[in-house]
Design a binder for this molecule. Structure first.
Ligand SMILES: O=C(O)[C@H](O)[C@@H](O)[C@H](O)[C@H](O)COP(=O)(O)O
Length: 255
């Protein structure tokens, strides 16, 4: 399978509604392939607008057609807040999707919100991933030895950040950790845990789901010609597997 940004597929749809329809179809197809093949589908969610763009999965035909019992759900990044807090990415996903579909609660791997220190929460999440490798729920990439998730669903901020990996931040260079923490996120709230680029780039499939005119400049820089000084974290997304951008016309308007 080809990998990297150079081989990225770029899909542009007229409107956000069309992105939502195409994204549901794409996720359902990958779910089918993985659940019928190896019996497990490991899916990474982000925060932001992504969960709303996944809304069609909680409607027919997907609601009944997808084998939700085989899904294992993780977070690309999470704010260090309680799971009931309106800022929680878990709460966003629970309210918008997880409460509506039949994923076994034990297959939903939320942050341990009893740990108030971001470094402890990151250690705990990494230990959880390691135990799932031992249980053979998660595989390791043969190329990188980092965990290889089946599908990562990424959003992007107007500053080109993905996960909680922000422009010019030292975490962009993390080479060893699977999960790390940040205490000075420029996007609120400041304390978060996040997957690192070696894990992101070990994925089998990554979808970058980007809608809205406010993201057009970052999309232009990421996909077009740019000065090295404009370098954005999203340009470091370069998976072993397949990368697909899902854009609406406003987000793609400057390409
Ligand atoms: O916790 C977070 O802040 C999100 O996980 C973050 O990484 C998100 O994916 C991007 O900021 C894109 O957000 P939008 O989709 O709202 O632009």
């Amino acid at each position: 399978m080809a990998g990297g940004q150079g081989d990225a597929k770029v899909e542009v749809f007229d409107a956000e509604e069309d992105v939502a329809v195409a994204l549901a179809k794409y996720i359902a197809r990958l779910s089918d392939v993985h659940t019928k093949g190896k019996g497990v589908f490991t899916v990474i969610l982000s925060g932001g607008t992504l969960i709303d763009t996944m809304r069609k999965l909680a409607e027919p035909p997907y609601l009944d057609a997808i084998d939700w019992s085989k899904w294992h759900v993780f977070w690309l990044d999470e704010r260090v807040v309680h799971k009931t807090d309106p800022l929680s990415n878990y709460k966003l996903a629970y309210d918008g999707l997880l409460s509506k579909v039949a994923i076994p609660p034990n297959n939903v791997y939320a942050i341990n919100d009893a740990l108030p220190a971001p470094e402890d929460a990151a250690d705990d999440y990494e230990a959880c991933l390691k135990s799932l490798v031992e249980k053979k729920v998660l595989e390791l990439s043969q190329a990188s030895s980092f965990p290889k998730f089946d599908l990562m669903l990424l959003g992007m901020g107007p500053d080109g950040h993905v996960a909680s990996l922000f422009p010019k931040h030292p975490l962009l260079q993390e080479k060893n950790r699977w999960v790390t923490y940040i205490k000075d996120s420029p996007k609120m709230p400041p304390e978060r845990i996040t997957f690192t680029f070696p894990v992101i780039n070990s994925s089998a499939y990554i979808a970058l789901v980007v809608t809205g005119a406010d993201l057009a400049k970052a999309v232009h820089i990421a996909l077009g010609n740019h000065e090295p000084s404009d370098f954005l974290p999203v340009q470091m997304v370069s998976p072993e597997g397949e990368l697909t951008w899902f854009l609406d016309k406003p987000a793609a308007s400057k390409i």
